[in-house]
Design a binder for this molecule. Sequence first.
Ligand SMILES: [Zn+2]
Length: 338
Amino acid sequence: MLRLRAPATVVADYFRLFVNRRAYTLQSNRPHAENGRHYYYRPKDKKTGQGLSLTLDTIRRHLEGEITIGLYSINPATQCSKWMAIDADYWDALTDLLKLSFYLRQDGVESALEKSHRGGHLWIFMAEPLPARDCRIYICGLALRLGIPVKGGKRREGIEVFPKHDALKPGRYGNAIRGPLGIHRGAAQRFWFDGADEDLEKQMCYLNSLPKMTGDQLAGLIAGKANPPQFLPPEPKAEPEMRRHTGGSEFRILEHIHTKLRTVGHNNITRCPSCAEEGHDRSADNLSISIEDPRKYICWAGCTRDMIRAAVGCPRPVLPDCDLNEQMATNGIIKWPS
Ligand SMILES: [Zn+2]
């Protein structure tokens, strides 16, 4: 029996411990037709199209097993995170996570292990949100010291460190990680923390009892250190020349896609340029473009058209900050590029 009842205290504690920004992702109930994976996407309000915000009720439904959410680590207003998580999923992953946990404790840092099939997620909680950059300097430095590979760049296997960026660029979300204690849609299984019985209240009690890392502690651990060059995010590419789009020239996505297209049903699928910017979509199948009408395209991970167009260096023109309807009335019909 996977469905459980989540008491209000557990929901509130979970929110306090894990939620650092209100944006979140939702794991699809239905597997992708082509590869059977359950993708995460950003849920939107059906009427307004605005991204939904996490509430206590969302957390309750996640814990009770009705939905499965993904959590973002960095709050863009502060560039800080409430937690660090190390995701390891390869044949020897558990050994590396246990090694990390052991050496974290040598540093006076307690961690909680959430095991999954092959590896798991190792979580560290902070007494207050701390700069993502400092968190990464500490964890990536420790991994380097222990000879544990960190995924990124050309290295396809290794641990993934959340927060995954030193700082978020405006309008970006960074990477989300599956919220613990929910039910993984693909595995149809709940993964528990190692430190307590398989019961929501006992699990939360255990997480609450863990000593939390303080700002002073982290500052001491990274004193004089900088992120090793191989873990620094890639240098931003030179700004592509912004092409002007007025009523006369329509945006054609296919002119801006340089990755391989594959045909699935009525669509061409390929890597989403916006996902790619954040190091996502390694399987290159997030972007679907209608064959019949290539003006119709969608990213299954939830990137908006604005994000996709910005990623290919062809942002939608920004209208002056006034009411669009009013403008349409005064200027006649504006031909709005799709
Ligand atoms: Zn995308």
